[in-house]
Design a protein around this ligand. Sequence first.
Ligand code: B12
Ligand code: SF4
Length: 426
Amino acid sequence: MVKNFKKQKKIAIIIPRSNFLISDRVMPPLGPLYIKSFLNENKITTDIIDNPDEISIEDFKKYDLIGYSTTTPQSSWVLEHSMKMKNYYPEIITVIGGAHAKYYFEDLIKEKHLDYIVSGEGEIALLKIIKGEEKRKLIITPKSDPSILNSFPIPWRDRSFLGNYHYFIKERRATTAITGRYCPMTCKFCEARKTGLILYSPDKIEKEILDIKNNCGLNAIMFYDDIFAINLKRVKELCEIIKPHNIYFRCFAHAKSFSEEMARILYDAGCKIICWGVESGNQAILDNIDKKTKIEENYRMAEIILKSGMEAVAFCMIGLPGETNESIKDTENFIKYFSKNKNFSFDLTIFYPYKKTYIYDHLEKFDLKINDYGTSGFYKGKQGSSECCVSTSTLNQEDIITAKNKICSTYGRNFTGSKANIETAK
Ligand code: B12
Ligand code: SF4
């Protein structure tokens, strides 16, 4: 199975298109950029291909290894493409990585046209594969030690590549970065639950900001960390690094640890938008998913953000275990309460039961039924549409979709509605 590399190796990392999104050219994905940078440092030529449909099969012939970086909704395209690739060029090594490989490796292992499945961090695993040092088909990479993660190079960022992506914070064009990986929180609908936290060192973060400013000519950053503002100490440390560079940024915080002091420090350092997972306006639902927040904390958090002069983006979800018309009403009331404020916006999605979430693995403990897996497995698509695969004892799939559409069309901007894809889902 392992190709014997004698010449200079050439690697392609493919980022499949996401046609279910309004645009998949908003924020540059970081995983492949970390991998390219790491392989480049190891003298391995790596191309990032984010428009694979525009490239003919013949043009892939020049590669020794093709790595796919994929989430679940993109995975059917990956399976099709990699099969085609293997049929044309059996000698090319195919590797799948990214979120889908991380959580769905049991499904992927049986795919004969995939040579390797990398579940978890890809840098070292891929290097070993390229060097011909890896014999296992399934590689589950352990979480790197902080010193190792900090020793990896900063992601590859190239002006012309970043130029394909268009995300703005206020009037400034932005790119993406992270200051830490993993998440210590306990949300039962999320795969990242209880994965801990590895923080990048201040030096590394500063190096990235300088690269983004000086080499890419950008002065705004969307920080992708699951929770950037994890506690006051870390926020002070991060903002001390960021503030002198006069950048705008957007980040994620958590209602449990958010405070007025934190908001002031973030605002002073250039933070313009704070997002957080409200999930539900109903305490029983929050408890069911082990969110560890109180509804009053979410109200308080929105108020603090808005009072501090920043924009608040509340991520809400329905179709969670135990959901009822009353609990949805509580979520609607939260949205309604702030909806008149022009600096408040919300995202309302429908829970999608990804594998390796606590809910998926312990379905018998919840008032939730998974009826199907939808057509592609996304929870937010064009014009805010969501697939709905779940029901509870009081709400069927259509009830959930109808409730979502109603809230979004009443309080949302630019919302045209979710289609019930129940018929096509089977
Ligand atoms: C930022 C982010 C986004 C961004 C950018 C997406 C992107 N592709 O990067 C946006 C907002 C666009 C987004 C959209 C979506 N996202 Co998102 N997103 C994230 C988030 C918060 C961080 C990703 C990140 O940058 N991590 C840091 C980098 C360094 O890690 P990484 O990407 O995992 O890459 C490492 C490894 O996976 C591996 N690797 C990656 N690629 C490859 C390739 C090869 C060949 C190899 C060997 C290894 C490898 O090595 C990398 C470096 O160590 C994660 C949660 C998380 N904490 O990971 C969710 C997450 C990836 N998203 C998720 C989902 C569901 C989505 C959406 C489907 C939501 C929707 N709209 O319905 C869409 C899919 C769009 C798309 N095409 O990706 C899920 C995926 C679940 C799954 N089973 O696939 C996650 C895990 C969140 C969650 N817990 O639900 N997302
Ligand atoms: S939903 Fe957010 S806070 Fe909760 S475990 Fe996942 S990443 Fe962490």
